[in-house]
Design a protein around this ligand. Structure first.
Ligand code: FAD
Ligand code: MG
Length: 314
């Protein structure tokens, strides 16, 4: 029998929460309220959010922000540092220029890209933990937590569930998935891995995991096509172009969803070879790489079954 669940639009995406057995309305309400709370703090599309206010004051003055926002920005800086800037929360000007989120999608001129690239540099974020302020050093800089805040929100949803009698749950925030608890029959959770060349929900394979988070970054989530070429939403902070590291998607399987979210984006930008050093820093983390030639590679003996015959394990 299908478990009861609730689906709502939040964080710019479709969010589904499935609470097994003890899932009362109140718990669903608490979770979705929490997601909206985080969205109201961290969205670039809400003018009153901490992030929008910090961006509006770039190069002008430090802005006071909620402790939570500062915590996520601080973690973003950490992931930027360990990934040599492949993950960069100051990628905002690039995202805006390509119009990926505001629907004005277009290929910008190289001169436009050259103009904004100096603004993309996580080292120019000043965080003052005593005053609870964030300052972007140069006018035109802009934070974008789109590659990490959904993971944070998923972890926060689980924090709510931990305080209830619910023993098993699935949190799915637009593909950012957490499997909470051990299944009653002790079997592993089965999670579909998105087919990166199809629309959301069509899978290439199934991975079986214990209580884990499974987060994917890929070319399918947001993109536009021009002259037969796909331009997607995960950018190389160095080139200001959609990253072309030979991957269609990267799935990270880990314990913490914020970490998995940041790493999935970082690894996607770094590519298979260059991401090894980064992944070595996170020994409990597994990865599934899907390459442009439809081959699939995993970091270790992951329990992955390929269901779409167009794809093959390397
Ligand atoms: P990820 O790989 O996890 O993230 C990719 C996103 O991160 C890109 O879309 C870009 O925003 C950013 N990014 C790109 N390259 C890099 C890089 N190298 N380093 C760091 N970050 C990078 N979408 C809407 O359409 N409308 C909304 O109102 C809206 N509100 C949102 C509010 C919040 C708080 C969050 C977290 C997301 C929101 N979104 C909204 C969705 C957002 O725009 C992205 O589509 C989504 O977060 C991408 O997640 P992903 O898991 O697919 O990809
Ligand atoms: Mg991410």
């Amino acid at each position: 029998m299908a478990e009861p669940s609730r689906t709502e639009f939040a964080l710019g995406t479709v969010c589904t929460v499935t609470l097994f057995d003890k899932g009362k309305d109140q718990i669903y309400n608490d979770i979705f309220n929490r997601l909206r709370e985080i969205e109201n703090l961290m969205s670039v599309n809400i003018p009153s959010s901490d992030i929008s206010r910090i961006n509006a004051a770039a190069g002008i003055e430090p802005v006071q922000a909620h402790e939570e926002t500062i915590k996520v920005i601080k973690r973003s800086v950490f992931y930027a540092e360990v990934s040599d800037g492949a993950f960069d929360p100051t990628v905002g000007p690039v995202v805006s220029l390509w119009g990926i989120v505001n629907e004005n999608q277009r290929i910008p001129d190289q001169t436009e890209i050259d103009e904004i690239l100096p603004l993309v540099n996580w080292r120019n974020i000043d965080i003052n933990l005593e005053a609870n302020t964030v300052f972007l050093k140069y006018q035109g800089m802009a934070l974008d937590l789109g590659a990490i805040a959904k993971g944070y929100a998923a972890d926060e949803a689980v924090a709510i569930i931990r305080n209830t009698k619910v023993k098993q749950a699935i949190i799915d925030l637009g593909g950012n998935v957490i499997l909470y608890g051990e299944k009653k029959d002790k079997s592993l959770w089965r999670v579909g891995i998105q087919n990166p060349l199809e629309t959301r929900g069509i899978i290439t394979g199934v991975v079986q995991v214990k209580e884990k988070t499974v987060v994917t970054s890929g070319v399918y989530e947001r993109f536009f096509e021009q002259d037969g070429k796909r331009y997607h939403h995960i950018f190389s902070p160095w080139k200001g172009y959609p990253s072309d590291s030979g991957l269609l998607s990267v799935t990270i399987i880990a314990d913490n969803s914020m970490e998995a979210d940041a790493l999935s984006t970082a690894v996607f930008v770094l590519g298979y070879e260059r991401s090894k050093t980064l992944l070595d820093l996170f020994p409990d983390t597994e990865a599934i790489f899907i390459f442009e030639d439809m081959s699939i590679q995993t970091t270790s003996a992951l329990n992955l079954t390929i269901t779409d015959k167009a794809y093959f394990l390397k």
